[in-house]
Design a binder for this molecule. Structure first.
Ligand SMILES: N[C@@H](CCC(=O)N[C@@H](CS)C(=O)NCC(=O)O)C(=O)O
Length: 220
């Protein structure tokens, strides 16, 4: 049985969305955010203190893009995964990692210096600069999404989950109004997926059942 440690709408949402797409049985353990402060015993399970943490037998993963890749390779060959012999394999790997490494990195600076730090430590210039930085990188997807509904191999894959989460976070950060047209349409398409909707419902229900605030810290 897979166990996923998750905070409301945080990067671990990528893993939860994947699990919903594949319909895999799993145990979902909700944590308050940030767990290293509000649930220090979690450091005994994950010394990094970060989420996601996915446990699957002997396997242990703490990187959301790696979890998407792991679940796709293991449980969704030729569907959510793109195989090395398929055209689109390189695009698939590239966008799977682009979602976290290139898109989500600047977003974390907006969260920290726009919302999480106490007012006297906030940095409006960082928020402005890295918001522009994020949107400039996102714009590189526009021609691709004008030509195809998804990022790789002509179908919805784990790469779309990875990038889709960055778009979800962009909405929280109120950057979605500045999406280019094909990116905005893509984001609408992704949100209509039953598994995306299912993941939102599952985390809300699990938060209620486990006594964790259903208010995502990133939605502040
Ligand atoms: N690159 C990692 C980053 C993991 C990460 O930093 N997660 C954040 C939540 S989105 C976290 O746990 N922050 C709490 C902390 O750093 O204490 C991934 O993609 O999963």
């Amino acid at each position: 049985m897979i166990t996923l440690y998750h905070c409301m709408s945080a990067r671990s949402f990528r893993a939860l969305w994947m699990l919903e797409e594949i319909a895999l049985p799993r145990e979902l353990k909700m944590l308050p955010f940030p767990p290293r402060v509000l649930k220090p015993e979690y450091l005994g399970i994950n010394p990094l203190g970060t989420i996601p943490l996915l446990l699957d037998g002997e396997s242990r993963l703490t990187e959301s893009a790696a979890i998407c890749q792991y679940l796709a390779v293991k449980h969704s060959p030729r569907a959510l995964n793109v195989e090395p012999d398929e055209s689109g394999f390189a695009d698939y790997l590239n966008f799977l990692h682009f979602g976290e490494a290139t898109l989500t990195f600047p977003q974390t600076l907006l969260l920290r210096y726009g919302q999480f730090e106490p007012p006297e430590r906030r940095q409006p210039q960082v928020v402005e600069d890295y918001g522009k930085w994020f949107l400039a990188r996102l714009r590189t997807l526009e021609p691709r999404l004008e030509a195809a509904p998804f990022l790789a191999a002509g179908r919805f894959t784990a790469a779309d989950v990875s990038v889709g989460y960055a778009l979800m976070l962009a909405e929280v950060l109120k950057l979605d109004k500045r999406f280019t047209p094909a990116v905005a349409a893509y984001w609408q398409r992704l949100q209509q997926r039953p598994a995306f909707q299912g993941a939102l419902q599952v985390q809300a229900q699990a938060a209620r059942e486990q006594g964790v605030s259903a208010q995502a810290p990133t939605r502040g």
